[in-house]
Write a protein of this length. Sequence first.
Length: 271
Amino acid sequence: MGPQTGTRRRATRRTMGAFTLIEVLVVVAVIALLISILIPSLKAAKDMALRSDCASNLHQVGVALNAYANEHREQLPPLYRTTTAFTTYYMRTPEPGTVNLGLLANRRYVTEPKLFYCSGQSPGDCASLVFNGPDNTWYSDAGWAALESKVPVRSSYPARLIEVPKANSQIGSSTQMEPMPPGVLTGWKMGRYSNKVIYSDFTGVNKFKGGGIVEGLVSSPHARKGFNRLFSDSAVRWAKPDLVDRLRPITSEAPTPEEHVAYYKLLDHLP
C-alpha cells in the first residue's frame, strides 16, 4: 500500500466523521422548532398548576370560613374597605385593627399564611397583594402588635362587596340596598349567600396604583385569563373573563361601588 492510498483513507475517515454546514443548520432549525413548540406548552402547564394551587388555597380558606361561621352563629368575619370599592382584601388596618380574613389567622383557623394568597398573581404586576410584597409585608400577630406605627396587610382574595340596607329608607317601604360603606366594620352572615360567591381572586382592576398603595400595584391574577371564585359551600369554580369585560372592561381605573356589586352578581352565575 503506497503513501497516497493511506492519505486518501485518512481523508475519507475525516470526511465521514464530520458534519457539513447544511447539516448543522438543519439540526439547529429542528431544535429551534421543537423549543418554539414546547415553550407554550410548558407555560400553559405552569399556568394551570398555579391556577390549581390558587383554587386549593381558596378552598381551604372556605373550609376555615365555614368553621368560623359555625362557631359564631353564622356570622362571617366582619369586612372593611376604604373609599375604593375593591379593597375588601384588608386583613389588618391601622384602624380598626384585625378584620376579615385576618381573624382566621389571628384565631388559628388558618395556620399557613400563604393560603391567603393567589399563586397566579405576578409579583411585578401586583406587589400589593402578594405574600410579603414590597407594599404588603406579612406580620405574625405578635409582630404586628409590636409595631409602633401600624401598616395594612392585604390578602389576594377580596371579599364580595356586599350590600346593606340603605340609610334613611322609609319605614314600610321595600328595603332598599346600597354597597357597604367605607371606613367601618360591616357584618355579614353566611346564610344570606347560599350558592353565591363570597371571596375570589377577582379584583375588578388591573395595574391600579393609588390610595394607600405606596410601592406596589393591584392587578388581575392569572394573566387576566380568568378568576377563581369561592362559593359559600367552599366549592371553588373557574370563570373566564369574557362576560365580565362586557359588563365593564377591567382597566387601571377603579370600579365604582355599584359597578363592583354588579360584578359579583355576575360572578354568582357565570358557568
